[in-house]
Design a binder for this molecule. Structure first.
Ligand code: B12
Ligand code: SF4
Length: 565
């Protein structure tokens, strides 16, 4: 019998915008191609993640449990000028550890991988106590491992001799990853089989389904871990494969796609343009998005995005910083001149606003003067565009063992210490932040005050991301409701909506789902009317008009509403 591998999507961050287990799905596919049986489990789609793993182990006893650790933490340093502690970072490994322990207590071999794991491999392996880990993009390695497992070798012998592999040993964890070259790897060919539950959630909750465009980044931003674990050379995925995968998803009703790449335009935008044009030529009606950095950006890229309906004014570029001295020292992917050229391009094309993000305070050379220069640059750029600069900004940077900043901190601990906030653990696995000048909240205040008077939308990075554990739980109830509704089980769906609304009475998605269920499945027009009125009170603009239409339709006649998806 082929070996059975359970790939667990170890991502407790099941937020309002669903992020499907793409890496886990690709790894599972590589195992299957190697002759193993593989299943993907998403325990955090259930309310009791540990119970979900327990049931899965009983229903389908595996020979290996592979954990796909997508995020170590949410990488958010502080969300506001005031708060209960120095940091607002949410650390995810404590929620994952009991699941790894459960598998180990059953005597099952355990393996770690994923982007979160790869940000701090040694520390994460020690923290979670698994048998081994694999760093970086690993389709090829999973295939080789799967071949060896299929030949009957135990995990310890089946793991390839490869620099990406780390085995648990008693030796102390190094503080940070050494300079290490990522070996060239091959992405698994063919489309990736997807978990239907995540497709359903993405469709209902305006989420984006990721499709790999490339792996790797040729820039070396000090705060960023990606060049280290996905590789400094960019490996494009073939255009035919990208387009075929998107076409299949479109056939399954998916319209919103995330082109997964460190940045769409590294080392340049040619590959992205080819893919975008191929989608337009084949009239595949999708809306795409992805990360972008400031250079190079040209008409070809913006035209190709526009041809698919993406307004360049809605894009956000990773600036890193806005002060040229810091940018040239590695605080961002491109220098100030490149940012100015981007502004000129936007001016020439008539786009009214330019969006971007900066991470201030996360570089050893940062000073009050460089922060003030960045703020002054923000004002300058803001005044150059009709509706200003849309800046998402953060104060302080998470120290990842594998990022240039992490390696610098490890090598210069005494110099770094006055600027470190958080917990100093081996391998920098628990949230640790480097920030100067001042603490993250002090810097936050300084930047917030400095940006006053700008015309464009200025906001702290990801300020809208769910923070409280009980709010994450509400999102899980809402997801349960959608999945139950789609599975034709209105009773459990209504119960899940009500559970969400008991905790958060104004939750829009829960109200919408409940209203639809009352109208379409329970025949309860009065109840639906009441629910949609509550929802209407939460909305403005086009969304409010849409609900007005639903309310008048419901009051006029029928108990059945058209659902728009
Ligand atoms: C695209 C992206 C996003 C998009 C996702 C869009 C979507 N709908 O999917 C958006 C913008 C929504 C996003 C959000 C977030 N992201 Co993000 N994101 C990325 C990015 C650029 C690519 C992810 C991707 O899809 N890659 C393609 C897939 C195929 O690769 P993969 O998942 O890594 O899987 C491969 C390997 O990891 C490995 N692998 C995976 N699982 C396993 C398991 C085993 C056993 C093995 C052996 C190998 C293995 O092999 C896979 C195939 O090659 C990565 C950086 C990067 N370049 O990887 C950051 C990254 C993963 N994100 C990160 C973060 C922090 C976040 C957020 C927490 C930010 C925030 N505060 O909101 C959220 C979390 C969202 C969530 N609910 O999980 C960090 C994680 C680091 C950390 N702190 O742990 C990264 C690394 C960015 C960075 N530079 O720091 N993200
Ligand atoms: S921030 Fe963007 S451009 Fe800079 S290293 Fe990371 S992925 Fe590359």
């Amino acid at each position: 019998m082929p070996p059975r591998i359970l790939v667990v999507y170890a991502n407790p961050a099941v937020t309002a915008s669903p992020v499907p287990p793409y890496g886990a799905e690709r790894i599972a596919q590589a195992f299957r191609m190697a002759g193993c049986e593989a299943r993907v489990l998403s325990p955090w789609l259930e309310l009791d993640a540990l119970g979900a793993l327990r049931s899965a182990l009983a229903a389908w006893p595996p020979d290996l449990v592979a954990f796909s650790v997508r995020n170590l933490d949410d990488a958010l340093v502080v969300r506001s000028a005031d708060g209960p502690g120095d940091l607002d970072t949410t650390f995810y490994l404590p929620a994952i550890r009991p699941l790894v322990a459960l598998a180990r207590n059953r005597g099952l071999p355990t393996l770690l991988g994923g982007a979160g794991y790869s940000a701090a491999p040694a520390g994460t392996l020690a923290w979670l106590g698994a048998d081994a880990g694999v760093e970086g993009a690993a389709d090829d390695l999973a295939w080789r491992l799967g071949r060896a497992l299929a030949q009957g070798l135990p995990l310890a012998e089946a793991l390839p001799d490869d620099p990406r592999v780390l085995r648990r040993k008693s030796a102390p964890v190094p503080a940070a990853g050494g300079a290490r070259s990522v070996p060239p790897y091959r992405q698994a060919p063919g489309p990736t089989p997807r978990d239907g539950a995540w497709i359903t959630l993405a469709r209902h909750r305006a989420g984006r389904v990721p499709v790999a465009l490339s792996a790797g980044c040729d820039r070396r931003c000090a705060f960023c871990v990606e060049g280290a674990f996905v590789g400094g050379a960019v490996r494009p995925r073939s255009t035919d494969e990208v387009v075929a995968e998107i076409a299949l998803l479109r056939g399954a009703g998916v319209r919103r796609i995330w082109l997964a790449a460190s940045e769409l335009n590294v080392p340049d935008a040619r590959h992205a343009v080819t893919v975008l044009r191929a989608l337009a030529d084949r009239r595949i009606d999708v809306e795409v998005s992805g990360f972008l950095q400031p250079a190079p950006v040209d008409d070809a890229l913006l035209d190709a995005l526009q041809a698919l309906g993406t307004d360049p004014a809605t894009l956000s570029y990773e600036f890193g910083h806005l002060d040229d001295t810091l940018l040239r020292a590695g605080a961002g992917p491109a220098n100030r001149r490149s940012i100015d050229r981007l502004v000129e391009l936007y001016q020439r094309r008539g786009h009214r606003v330019l969006g971007g993000s900066v991470l201030l305070g996360a570089h050893p050379l940062e000073t009050e003067a460089s922060v003030d220069r960045a703020v002054a640059a923000a004002h300058e750029l803001d005044s150059a565009l009709p509706e200003g600069l849309g800046l998402a900004w953060a104060a302080g940077g998470r120290v990842y063992a594998n990022a240039p900043l992490g390696r610098w901190v490890a090598a210069n601990l005494e110099a770094a210490r006055p600027h470190l906030v958080g917990r100093l653990t081996s391998g920098f696995v628990a949230p640790l932040v480097y920030c100067r000048p001042g603490t993250p909240r002090e810097l936050f205040r300084r930047v917030e005050a400095g940006l006053k008077g700008c015309r464009g939308p200025m906001q702290a990075l990801n300020a809208e991301t769910v923070l409280r554990p009980d709010a994450l739980r509400v999102e899980r109830w809402v997801n349960r409701a959608i999945l139950a509704k789609e599975a034709g089980a209105p009773g459990p769906a209504v119960a899940a909506c009500r559970a969400a609304l008991r905790r958060e009475p104004r939750h829009r998605e829960a109200l919408k789902q409940l209203g639809l269920l009352q109208a379409n499945s329970l025949g309860d027009a009065r109840g639906a009317l009441g629910t949609f009125r509550r929802l209407r009170a939460e909305l403005a603009g086009a969304e409010a008009l849409e609900i007005d239409r639903v309310i008048s339709q419901l009051s006029a006649s029928s108990t059945v509403l058209p659902t728009r998806r």
